[in-house]
Design a protein around this ligand. Structure first.
Ligand SMILES: Nc1ncnc2c1ncn2[C@@H]1O[C@H](COP(=O)(O)OP(=O)(O)OP(=O)(O)O)[C@@H](O)[C@H]1O
Ligand SMILES: [Mg+2]
Length: 113
């Protein structure tokens, strides 16, 4: 099982959500987050106060899928829809997942996704 975390631009939320719906993922968790990437070191001086202008609002998706193939499908759907080609488009992090437990039934593993 794989867990995919994707940080995307807030304005891409609807498109990414729709693309994930289309490939029929079994569940999605979404967060509003703040973050920065490579440009974080670029501090600007605003009225004598150093402000990190690169801590931006982003949307984080979490999706758990059963196989590597589903992970690739999910990654492709996100990258295709979230990409503008400009800095700040976000990132996709992929993890191996040990287990999933469905609370209602007690099912574990792939059955619980
Ligand atoms: N190494 C990282 N660790 C954790 N979160 C990250 C990392 N890189 C990026 N993020 C998250 O992704 C968001 C978008 O990152 P961003 O696209 O700016 O990455 P980048 O490496 O700076 O790429 P670019 O040069 O295209 O801007 C950040 O605001 C942050 O929330
Ligand atoms: Mg950046």
């Amino acid at each position: 099982m794989k867990k995919i975390e994707a940080i995307v631009r807030p304005e891409k939320y609807e498109q990414v959500k729709d693309a994930l719906c289309e490939i029929d993922v079994k569940g999605i968790t979404v967060y509003q987050v703040m973050g920065c990437g490579h440009q974080k070191g670029r501090l600007e001086n605003v009225r004598g106060v150093e402000v990190d202008l690169e801590m931006n609002r982003k949307i984080k998706f979490e999706i758990v899928v059963s196989t590597e193939e589903w992970a690739e499908k999910t990654i492709e759907a996100i990258q295709k829809t979230a990409c503008t080609g400009e800095i700040g488009d976000g990132k996709i992090f992929v993890y191996d997942l040990d287990n999933v437990i469905k609370i209602r039934t007690g099912e574990r593993g792939i059955k619980a996704i």
